[in-house]
Design a protein around this ligand. Structure first.
Ligand code: C2E
Ligand code: CA
Ligand code: CA
Ligand code: CA
Length: 279
């Protein structure tokens, strides 16, 4: 038994070392990813259920690693939040998106509002409003060209101090969305006080609405409540016609998901907008 215990222990440490090693090398690679232009923004269309037209897009980061291929954001965004790399990466992507919008305007294409994910760590920064204002000025774009997405978790931790930050961003004329709604803890009284425009219902609820009555009732209830608070509702992760049909019945405003389109490189997204592709 003692022998076995030792073996287990050794196995465990070897395993942990391999994991730590892997993580360190990913971290080193990520440090260089920006300089090496391995990061690219993709755009996933959002469509209105009123007329089926594209009313916006969410910008989603992609990392094309020279050896590993595409590394999903779920594998490096949380890591970059922990080690602080999200700050330079977040600044890079804000700039990249705003310059892309500028470029589209210059080409005569008027892209709909582009939603940008802001991580918790970026949001905690005092200078976020200044940074956003500076980048918008540098690329000569207007506040209504972009929307900021903040997760429910980010907003609700330190809700009192966060209200001030949200109010500042709102005063700049930016549209604000609560992302992943339903996955965290939200106090309804806060929801009423936050200067929020859009509520994004999390994928995990949308996924189950056609098979699970509780998810369906929850989504229906959230949509009703959001409309009561004059918020627009976006359902994320819509994959099937059956899901779309239910969301329509519930009065959902906008959908985003593979049913209409996957996240696309900038050029392909622009082509969809130009073609005025409808749902
Ligand atoms: P999120 O903000 O909730 O983004 C939505 C995710 O759902 C995206 O995953 C998108 O590709 C995926 N998705 C869209 N439609 C469907 C669908 O119909 N079915 C399914 N199964 N998935 C769908 P992605 O791009 O892998 O991003 C994962 C998460 O990584 C994001 O979740 C967000 O939290 C984070 N992330 C991605 N890009 C950025 C970024 O630029 N900045 C920051 N701070 N976080 C980002
Ligand atoms: Ca998002
Ligand atoms: Ca989301
Ligand atoms: Ca989500």
């Amino acid at each position: 038994a003692k022998e076995q215990g030792r073996n287990n222990y050794q196995f465990y440490t070897t395993d942990m070392n391999a994991l730590t090693q892997q993580r360190l090398s990913l971290e080193n690679d990520l440090r260089q990813a920006v300089e090496r232009s391995e990061l690219e923004m993709y755009y996933q269309p959002k469509v209105s259920l009123k007329d089926g037209r594209i009313v916006g897009a969410e910008a989603l980061i992609r990392w094309k690693h020279p050896e590993r291929g595409f590394v999903p954001p779920g594998d490096f965004i949380p890591l970059s939040e922990e080690n602080g790399l999200i700050l330079p990466i977040g600044e890079w992507l804000l700039r990249d998106i705003c310059q892309q919008i500028r470029h589209w305007h210059d080409e005569g294409l008027h892209p709909p509002c582009i939603a940008i994910n802001i991580s918790g760590r970026q949001f905690q920064r005092q200078n976020l409003p200044d940074l956003v204002a500076q980048i918008m000025a540098d690329s000569n774009i207007q506040p209504d060209d972009i929307e900021l997405e903040l997760t429910e978790g980010t907003i609700m931790s330190n809700a009192e101090t966060n209200i001030e930050m949200l109010v500042m961003l709102k005063r700049m004329g930016l549209s604000l969305a609560i992302d992943d709604f339903g996955t965290g803890y939200s106090s309804l009284s806060y929801l009423k006080r936050f200067p929020i425009d859009v509520l994004k219902v999390d994928y995990s609820f949308v996924r189950d609405i056609t098979t699970d009555n509780n998810s369906a009732e929850l989504v229906r209830g959230v949509i009703g409540m959001a409309h009561g608070l004059k918020l627009e509702v976006v359902a994320e992760g819509v994959e099937t016609a059956a899901q779309l049909e239910l969301l329509r019945q519930y009065g959902c405003d906008v959908i985003q998901g593979f049913l209409f389109s996957k996240p696309l490189p900038a050029g392909e997204f622009a082509a969809l907008v130009k073609a005025d592709r409808r749902l």
